[in-house]
Design a protein around this ligand. Sequence first.
Ligand code: ATP
Length: 454
Amino acid sequence: MSQNTVSTTPGAEAETAPDTMVKVRDLKTYYDSGGLFDDRPVKAVDGVSFDIYRGETLGLVGESGCGKTTLGRTLIQLEAATGGEVLFDGTDITSLRGDQLYEWRQNAQMVFQDPDSSLNDRMTIGEIIREPLDVHDWKTPADRRERVKALLDEVGLSSEHYYRYPHQFSGGQRQRIGIARTLSLNPDFIVLDEPVSALDVSVQAEIINLLEDLQDEFDLTYLFIAHDLSVVRHICDRVAVMYLGNIMEIGPTEELFTDPANPYTHALLSAIPKPDPTASRDRITLHGTPPNPRYPPTGCPFSTRCPARIRPDEYEDLSDELWDGINGFREIIRERMRADRSIRERVRERFGMETRFATMDETYDELFGDVAVPDEVDRVLTDVADIASEHDEQDAIDRLNAEFGSICDGVDPNGGAGEIEPEYYEVSDSGRLSYCHRHDEEHRETATVIDDRS
Ligand SMILES: Nc1ncnc2c1ncn2[C@@H]1O[C@H](COP(=O)(O)OP(=O)(O)OP(=O)(O)O)[C@@H](O)[C@H]1O
């Protein structure tokens, strides 16, 4: 992959880009955490910018909890944005209220993952599909009945199903009913939130084919949220990869799958089980779980687990094992800092009694017991362990960062005080974007760094 070092703002290439339907700019959706002692919000979507082109299927992938559903819901205003803009054909829908929002909603709908819980069991199929038409007072009751019958036909059901109830249908048929309801007001844009994940594998392909047919017939634009990357590869024109409320990479599907640019995309793709177990691509083990979105790390959101995290020059030659151990150490200290320790636990600690939290010595032994640690590194790590043992976790992390931190942790290499975040870099001729410092030409490319590890 040729590395293009020009950093850019997503959507900046709009003049030559295909017809843009939705422009998302610095969108944030935070949830109040309702914490008694800590009122920091859950940063479910933490400043994303991207475009959705008319008529395309844009995939949205990432681990559970990274903010996919929240982003999808915010795009159609089922969730209120905390900040930023969602421009649909130029109108910022985050600022619509009352009648205007109600009118606009006809244009954008959502298909939910679980067709069991999204259909009201006490309503007939006809009533369920007709409800949006009734709510919007669409034409006459007779027109509505006709429209519902036509929609039943469109989704592969029949008009006889009008007076039946959801429990009389299979999972796949119920999802067809959900799709018919979604189509009733003739939307332009549909968020498909894991539309086939709850269905039997044998039925998934049928629903995917139906969605593709409907897209062609009604010129629909889809945001397709999914866990299953093989489905995404099959159905999506472009893919956005999300991690901890941020979009890490976005670009054409095939390109992104065959030549990922962002370290997180590498990691996500390497976790796909391969049909051929002897295939050469190595699995990158992602250590730990994603950080809590109430306490995202400083700098790059993926820095705490990144297999290609940039190191300070003097530590470039440390073994990967030791480097991973140091990163794990930092995460454990971060966790301790935020652990929701019960009052009882705190009292026990206060009186020097044992608690369920491992001591720093135990942690240190576990991480570094079997690893060769050069003396100068050992001195720093022992120092950090001592500071953390005194519950000065922030001081311990500051000490770790001062020694081992890099631009990825938000540390300014020029000694500035502000926190540095990555920028988007254009990484291919198609305009694919990746959010990672590695694309700056002064650093080695991600693919090389990852290859060297394996
Ligand atoms: N109503 C809410 N109130 C508080 N926190 C929420 C709420 N909804 C979601 N969250 C939190 O926001 C973060 C993002 O959740 P979201 O459901 O958007 O992720 P996701 O990627 O869709 O996950 P999944 O794939 O499991 O559906 C999670 O940490 C989640 O716990």
